[in-house]
Design a protein around this ligand. Sequence first.
Ligand SMILES: [Fe+2]
Ligand SMILES: [Fe+2]
Length: 229
Amino acid sequence: MRDWFRRKYLDLLGSIYIYNEHRGYTAIDRVLQAVRARWPEDMDFIRKLEKHRADEQKHYLMFRRWFERRGMMPIAVDRTCGHIDRFVGIMFGSPIDDLDPMLIVKRDDLFERMCRVVSLTERRGHRQVEILLRHPIVRSDPMLMKMFRIIEQDEPSHWAPYDEWLRIHGRREPSWWERAIDRFIHGELLFLKLPLLFATPRLKRRRSWPDESDQSPVPFDHAIVASGA
Ligand SMILES: [Fe+2]
Ligand SMILES: [Fe+2]
């Protein structure tokens, strides 16, 4: 029973993470394209976003490698388990894929909203990783511990450029109600969706890796993961 619980916990945790990491870098790709078009001279901001994008892809690849070592595909979780999907859905009233990043960068009021959503999501991710690093089931998996330590180190550089943009442009920080929405989404995942997934006996697994459908697939580089770069 204990071993069943441990395996299912790790299985679900990894599946939710690999979904969110993939969602992260593919969404940043679209934002980057729009930011390059709107502020081509702001190389500092662009470089920081490129670094953010590269990190999220690196995190994705670490989880892919972790699943490959386990010899199984991730459970097919959908966007209801995506923190950023839910956050964008509530704040913009539209799924991420239906949003036009070009329209968002043209309107400062929309872009500042997006910066706050990304910043809160990244801070949430950092807090969550700190909790997971103390979790006994996670601690029983050395590879996962190594991955979460890398993520923990990367995270602060992810929210920084968005906070900086807000500060430089004299825009406000996240308000109490934006923080409340972030807490609500996290609680919903932890106390509603995760227990529901746990109680479902035969969850379907993905048949392909999420990056196989990327617009411009970057070749899977085992070396990047192996070196933990
Ligand atoms: Fe990440
Ligand atoms: Fe991140």
